[in-house]
Design a protein around this ligand. Structure first.
Ligand code: ADP
Ligand code: MG
Length: 274
């Protein structure tokens, strides 16, 4: 009677697993095989445990990749967002948006309006983070930075492919669209981007003013209207017309020290902010 050779060519197994791109299995199979042999696991159980580890690690690695590529400002989460400070924004609605499915699948948009300090950047970054956690791909950008990149692409006759590369993101967050400068407006790359994503890929846009000042973002009035038309067609508009959170916080600190807020001057408040 011949016995099968129990020696496994470990180097070869690792090579194969490498070839199959199964890094987690490659890391743990030897130790798990030892345990499995010792405890007499059925072969199927051994395989299932390995596969489950690979899948779980794959999910984690994907999340980490998506988080890095999203370039979200650090530390802005829905958990740290005080919804009481913006009573006109419904927490339930924002939580529903954070799931993504209902609007990202059809390329709908979110428009977030409000004065400086009202929490637009915080809320949009927090939404972005929640969406990445839920498996969506997001890119956060200051609008002026992205427009600048697209202008460079345009000069190199590569605008179309630059916009196409952004298609991989389910959501593009354009923070502070109204800060686009006059010379940036003249090239209309922003309009090209909006037109290309219309009804296909979502955008979240923040601005200090709802549409009133958008005339300077685009080179001509007809284009401004066409851009607004496309953005609002399938959109959720959130208005955050609240006093600056920073200013209020500073005011609260003054109050905390027993100084009545009415006596605090603007410059005192600003000193407290720094
Ligand atoms: P905006 O983008 O509208 O100018 P920010 O999102 O930058 O405002 O908010 C200014 C600062 O105040 C940030 O540090 C932000 O985290 C904080 N902040 C604003 N609103 C809230 C809020 N409702 N809850 C918690 N922090 C807030
Ligand atoms: Mg901001």
């Amino acid at each position: 009677m011949t016995t099968t050779n129990p020696v496994v060519d470990a180097a070869r197994v690792e090579l194969l697993l490498n070839e199959l791109r199964l890094p987690s299995i490659r890391l743990m199979w030897a130790k798990l095989a030892e345990q499995s042999d010792k405890e007499g696991w059925p072969a199927g159980r051994f395989l299932a445990v390995l596969a489950e580890h690979e899948i779980a690690d794959r999910g984690r690695r994907r999340f980490e990749r998506h988080l890095i590529e999203a370039r979200l400002p650090a530390g802005k989460t829905l958990a740290s967002f005080e919804f009481e400070a913006v009573p006109m924004v419904s927490k339930a609605q924002v939580m529903a948006l954070a799931a993504g499915d209902a609007w990202l699948n059809k390329g709908a948009n979110i428009l977030l309006f409000g004065p400086p300090g009202g929490g637009k950047t915080h809320l949009s970054a927090a939404l972005g983070l929640a969406l990445v956690e839920n498996g969506w791909r997001v890119l956060f950008a200051r609008t002026t930075d992205l427009v600048q990149q697209l202008q460079v692409a345009r000069r190199e006759l590569a605008l179309e492919s630059a916009i196409a590369r952004l298609n991989r993101y389910d959501l593009l967050i354009l923070d502070d669209i109204s800060y686009v400068t006059k010379d940036q407006a003249e090239t209309s790359v922003l309009f090209e981007l909006i037109a290309a994503r219309y009804e296909r890929r979502s955008m979240l846009i923040t601005a200090n003013q709802p549409f009133g000042e958008w005339g300077k973002i685009f080179p001509e009035k007809a284009m401004t209207l066409a851009a607004i038309d496309r953005l609002v067609h399938h959109s959720t508009i959130l208005e955050m017309n609240v006093e600056s959170y920073r200013r209020r916080e500073a005011l609260d600190r003054k109050r905390g020290r027993g100084r009545p807020a009415v006596h605090a001057t603007i410059s005192q408040i600003e000193n407290a902010e720094n």
